[in-house]
Design a protein around this ligand. Structure first.
Ligand code: MSP
Length: 529
C-alpha cells in the first residue's frame, strides 16, 4: 500500500527579535503532531522557518546599526538554536531571504501579473506599520487604531500593484462551504465570512515602494513584493515550487484521501491564511491545504506577553531548570485546543507535579520497585484476566487508545495527552485497589500478584508510547529501564508485549517541584529578562 503523506507547517516567524514561549508553543504542537503522524506510518514533512523582509525588520536593523541581512542572520542563529534545544524534528527551515524562496516568489508574481490577476494602481488607506497591513476605515477600531494590534494607524497613499482578490471571492466562499473542517475552530470561519468575505472582498495591495527590504518586482523594480505574499509563498517555495527539480512539491502538495496539508497558525494571522493564501493558490491553479488550524495564545495574567510589561517567558529558562519534557508537556497538554491558555508559574508547576511527577513518574517508579521485589525484576508472562480489576484496566487501555487516536487524528493534542494521563492515573488507582503488597503475603495469590505486575508493565509501555510524540527524555528512560525494545505503535497494546521484560530501577523520572520556591524562581527570571 502506498504511504499516505502529511505536510505540516508553522508560521514563519519574524526575524525581528528572540522568540518566546508563544512561538515555542506553535512549533512544539507541530512537532508533536508530526511525531504522531510518523508513528502512525505517514510520510511526514515538517517545515518551519523565518519571515525576514519588511519595513519593521529594516527599521530594527538600522536601529541596531546593522544591514538587514546581517541583522536577520544573527537572529536566525538563535532561532535555529532554540529549535535544537526543543528537539524539534523539522525537515527543513525556510528563510525568505534565500535565493530558492525569492525565485519562487518572483515566478508567482510574474505569473499572476501576466494572467491579469495582479494590476498596477494607486492605494490610499490606513496603514499599520508593526502589522504591515493596510486597513479600510470601517475595519479600524475607534480612535483610528489597528484592529489587530490596537496601535495607531496612519493615512498613506502609494503606487502599488493590486491582487484581484474580488475575482476569487465567490469561489472561496464555495470552497469553505464544500469543505467543512477547512478552518478550525469553526468560529474562526464564521468570523472571516462575516468580517471580510460577505461584506465584499477588496483587492489587496501586494507591492510597496516606501522601503526596499524585500523581493523586488522584476517587472518594476522600485516595488518590492508585499511581505505577506512573500511570506505565504514559503509553504511551497520550500517544496521547490518553480525553483528546483526536487520532487517534494509533487510528493506533498496534494489534498486528497492520500495527502494531507496542515497549516498551524496563531489566531491573529488566520485572515492571511484562509483568505489571501487560498486565493493565491486558486489563481495559481494549485490545490488548497486540507486544513488551517488556528490556535489561541498563551497569555499572562496581565494580558499578552510583552517586553515592556516585563512578563515575557522564554522557554530556555524553563528548560534549563525543569527539563525539556516539562516545557513540552506544558505547552502541548495544558492549553486547550483553539483557545487561549494562561501561563502562570503556579499553573506550570502544579501541572507538572500532577501529571508528570505524581502520576506518570510515580507509576513508573512504584511499578519498577514492585517488579524487583516480587518477581526478581522480570515481568511475568501475561496470563489473561485474573480479577475484575484486571478486566477494568484492560478496558481502560482499549478505551484510552480509541480516545487518543480520535483526539490526535483531529489534532486536538491536549486531549490526546489527557487520554494517556487518564490511563496512567487509572493504573495508579489499580495499584491502590489491588494492593500487591497484600497479595505478596498470601501464597494463594501468586497468580493475581503476577497479573497485577504484568498489567502495570503493559500500561506503562502503552502510556509511554502514547506520550512519545510529546516528550523526549522520559520515554527513552522508561524504555531503557523497562527493557522495552519494540516501541512500534502497532504493538503498543499487545497483551504479550511485556512478557519476560527485564526491569531495572532508575532514578525518578521527574523530581517533585516545590511550589513556593519555584514560583518565586520563575517570577524572578521573568522580571529579570
Ligand atoms: N511572520 C508572520 C507569519 C507569516 S506565516 C506565512 C508572523 N510572525 S510572528 O513572529 O509574529 O509569529 C506569529 C506566530 O507565533 C503566531 O501566529 C503564533 O503561532 C506564534 N505566537 C506568537 N506569540 C504567541 C503567543 N503568545 N501564544 C501563542 N502563539 C504565539 O506573524
Amino acid at each position: 500500500m502506498k504511504q499516505k503523506t502529511f505536510y505540516i507547517t508553522t508560521p514563519i516567524y519574524y526575524a525581528s527579535g528572540n522568540l518566546h514561549i508563544g512561538h515555542a508553543y506553535t512549533t512544539t504542537i507541530c512537532d508533536t503532531i508530526a511525531g504522531y503522524k510518523k508513528m502512525r506510518g505517514y510520510d511526514v514533512y515538517y517545515l518551519t522557518g523565518t519571515d525576514e523582509h519588511g519595513e519593521k525588520v529594516q527599521k530594527k536593523a538600522a536601529a541596531a546599526g546593522l544591514t538587514p541581512q546581517a541583522f536577520v542572520d544573527d537572529l536566525v542563529v538563535n532561532i535555529k538554536n532554540l529549535w535544537q534545544v526543543l528537539r524539534i524534528q523539522n525537515n527543513d527551515f525556510i528563510r525568505t531571504t534565500e535565493a530558492r524562496h525569492q525565485a519562487t516568489v518572483s515566478a508567482i508574481f510574474s505569473q499572476l501579473l501576466a494572467q491579469g490577476d495582479i494590476y498596477k494602481g494607486e492605494y490610499e488607506g490606513w496603514y499599520c506599520t508593526p502589522c504591515e497591513a493596510f486597513w479600510t476605515e470601517s475595519q479600524l477600531h475607534e480612535g483610528h487604531l489597528c484592529p489587530d494590534c490596537g496601535r495607531p494607524v496612519y493615512r498613506a497613499t502609494e503606487e502599488t500593484y493590486f491582487f484581484r482578490m474580488s475575482k476569487y471571492a465567490d469561489q472561496l466562499i464555495r470552497y469553505y462551504n464544500d469543505h467543512p473542517g477547512f478552518i478550525e475552530p469553526e468560529s474562526r470561519k464564521n468570523e472571516m465570512m462575516n468580517n471580510f468575505l460577505l461584506p465584499g472582498l477588496e483587492d489587496l495591495s501586494v507591492s510597496r515602494t516606501s522601503f526596499d527590504w524585500g523581493i523586488p518586482v522584476q517587472e518594476d523594480p522600485k516595488h518590492v513584493v508585499y511581505v505577506w505574499i512573500d511570506a505565504l509563498s514559503n509553504y511551497i517555495s520550500a517544496l521547490g515550487y518553480k525553483n528546483d527539480s526536487s520532487n517534494l512539491f509533487d510528493r506533498f502538495w496534494h489534498n486528497d484521501d492520500d495527502h494531507e496539508i496542515l497549516h498551524v497558525v496563531g489566531k491573529e494571522i488566520v485572515r492571511f491564511h484562509v483568505i489571501y493564501w487560498p486565493i493565491m493558490l486558486l489563481a495559481l491553479g494549485l490545490p488548497l491545504p486540507t486544513k488551517i488550524f488556528a490556535h489561541g495564545w498563551i497569555v499572562m495574567k496581565d494580558g499578552k506577553m510583552s517586553k515592556s510589561v516585563g512578563n515575557v517567558v522564554y522557554p530556555e529558562m524553563l528548560i534549563a531548570r525543569y527539563g525539556l519534557d516539562a516545557l513540552r508537556y506544558f505547552v502541548t497538554t495544558c492549553i486547550p485546543f483553539g483557545q487561549d491558555g494562561l501561563f502562570t508559574p503556579e499553573l506550570f508547576l502544579e501541572n507538572v507535579n500532577t501529571d508528570l511527577v505524581n502520576n506518570y513518574g510515580n507509576l513508573v517508579s512504584r511499578t519498577a520497585a514492585m517488579i524487583q521485589k516480587y518477581t526478581q525484576g522480570v515481568v511475568p508472562t501475561y496470563a489473561g484476566v485474573k480479577t475484575p480489576f484486571d478486566a477494568d484496566l484492560e478496558a481502560a487501555m482499549l478505551q484510552a487508545k480509541v480516545q487518543y487516536e480520535h483526539a490526535m487524528d483531529a489534532f486536538h493534542i491536549d486531549q490526546g495527552a489527557r487520554a494517556a494521563f487518564e490511563l496512567l492515573s487509572k493504573a495508579n488507582k489499580y495499584i491502590d485497589d489491588t494492593q500487591p503488597w497484600a497479595l505478596a503475603k498470601d501464597p494463594n495469590q501468586t497468580a493475581a500478584l503476577q497479573s497485577v505486575l504484568t498489567h502495570l508493565a503493559l500500561v506503562i509501555k502503552a502510556g509511554t508510547i502514547l506520550l512519545s510524540p510529546f516528550l523526549i527524555d522520559a520515554p527513552q528512560r522508561v524504555y531503557a529501564s523497562y527493557g522495552i525494545t519494540d516501541t512500534h505503535y502497532d504493538h503498543a497494546f499487545d497483551w504479550h508485549g511485556m512478557d519476560g521484560a527485564i526491569v531495572t530501577k532508575a532514578a525518578a523520572l521527574f523530581p517533585r517541584l516545590d511550589l513556593t520556591l519555584e514560583s518565586e524562581y520563575i517570577r524572578r527570571q521573568m522580571g529579570g529578562q
